[in-house]
Design a protein around this ligand. Structure first.
Ligand code: PLP
Length: 388
């Protein structure tokens, strides 16, 4: 049986995969089972910050793999404590909880907000969380409910209570919901990734901050996709002048291994107490050793590179034939095209370039360290696919 046949017979039918069997890769180049090579502008959906099988990350991971792989959370281990310290020092957050995915990081954020409300008000009366329409926060039942898209709110009910949805970039809508409900928090992505790479207006975010202060609401920023250098700063909130109470991340910080992180600010750092939350693999030494390596290399030099490559892509695509608009921040880019995004993705695939979609747009999330030659070649192919 081929990989494809085996997959179709034995794996749950949740993914509409492209007809490609990927077998190996290095950096921004992936190879399929026929030996064909692809330039990767998707990075495993914003995961492979330094591409595939990055040497430094591999060394950190394999050293840890042969030293101590897993212990459970009953004992202290070095990699997760180092990672938590590094994260707090670079973000101004106070503590971190480690899980395994973006959805799990958001589940933890929701639990922290609810527990904070319970401790503050003595009951469940102030537990509502405002999220934004067009957002995406994950696929567990609570994070699906938090996701502000009707399409995700069918088939799997009953959904959990306690979420209301505001129009993105409409502060009056947020205010109305904050008046009508006893809200503990507002949760948002600063660039809505799955929703079509839509960047929130800076004024809107400033107004949300003022409202949150006035109404004593927590600010939860979902940086699962925007985080870890993707937008040109370590975390996107750092470009918006925000001091969030909770920041979630996953994807890129793992460098290819599963990790989810919920960072907690001063106000909520001690809300979780022993027994209130946990997960078997959380803080896994191997994933955390890899993440320490990734985080230590997201420095100003890399971030400047992200900004320069972003400017190049925007410039190349902004007035290109067949392009209606380009959106996003850093190396998280959405392209609205005259032709269907799906056709463009398929055409790029034929031509040896991997790109993604987000709603009706073509989406680019390349490895942050993609070489200029690879990037230029891939962008030229993409432009050709958009124009044809
Ligand atoms: C903003 C955001 N939040 C949460 C998630 C869910 O992350 P995961 O798939 O790791 O559970 C995603 C995944 O695409 C995301 O983009």
């Amino acid at each position: 049986m081929s990989i494809t046949e085996n997959d179709k017979q034995y794996i749950a039918n949740t993914y509409a995969r492209f007809p490609v069997e990927l077998v190996s890769g290095k950096g921004a180049i992936l190879k399929d089972s026929d030996g064909k090579e692809y330039i990767d502008l998707g990075a495993g959906i914003a995961v492979n910050v330094f591409g595939v099988a990055d040497d430094e990350w591999l060394e950190a991971v394999t050293n840890q793999l042969s030293t101590l792989t897993h212990t459970s959370n009953l004992y202290f281990t070095e990699p997760c404590s180092t990672l938590a310290k590094m994260l707090c020092e670079r973000t101004g957050m106070a503590k971190a909880f480690f899980g395994n995915s973006g959805a799990e990081a958001n589940e933890c954020a929701i639990k922290v907000a609810r527990r904070y409300a319970f401790d503050k008000y003595g009951d469940e009366s102030h537990s509502t969380i405002i999220t934004l329409k067009n957002s995406f926060h994950g696929r567990t039942i609570a994070t699906l409910t938090a996701t502000g898209q009707d399409g995700y709110h069918t088939h799997f009910g009953p959904f959990v209570e306690g979420f209301v949805y505001a129009e993105a970039n409409n502060i009056e809508d947020v205010k109305k919901l904050a008046e009508e409900n006893n809200c503990v928090a507002i949760m948002m992505e600063l660039v809505q990734g799955e929703g079509g790479v839509c960047k929130l207006d800076e004024d809107f975010v400033k107004d949300v901050k003022a409202l949150a202060d006035e109404k004593e609401m927590l600010i939860i920023i979902d940086e699962v996709q925007t985080g870890n250098g993707r937008t040109g700063s370590l975390y996107a909130f750092q470009q918006y002048g925000l001091e969030p109470d909770i920041v979630t991340t996953a994807k890129g910080i793992g460098g290819g291994l599963p990790i989810g992180i919920t960072m907690l600010g001063e106000k909520v750092k001690d809300v979780l107490i022993p027994g209130s939350h946990g997960t078997t693999f959380g803080g896994n030494p191997v994933c955390c050793a890899g993440a320490c390596n990734i985080l230590s290399r997201i420095d100003n030099k890399l971030l400047d590179e992200v900004k320069a490559k972003s400017a190049y892509i925007f410039e190349e695509l902004n007035n290109a034939k067949g392009v209606k608009s380009v959106s996003g921040l850093g190396l998280m880019i959405g392209i609205e095209t005259e032709k269907s995004a799906k056709d463009i993705v398929n055409s790029c695939l034929q031509k040896g370039v991997l790109v993604l979609t987000a709603k009706t747009k073509v989406r680019l999330l390349p490895p942050l360290n993609i070489g200029w030659d690879e990037l230029k070649k891939a962008v030229a192919i993409l432009k050709e696919a958009i124009a044809e």
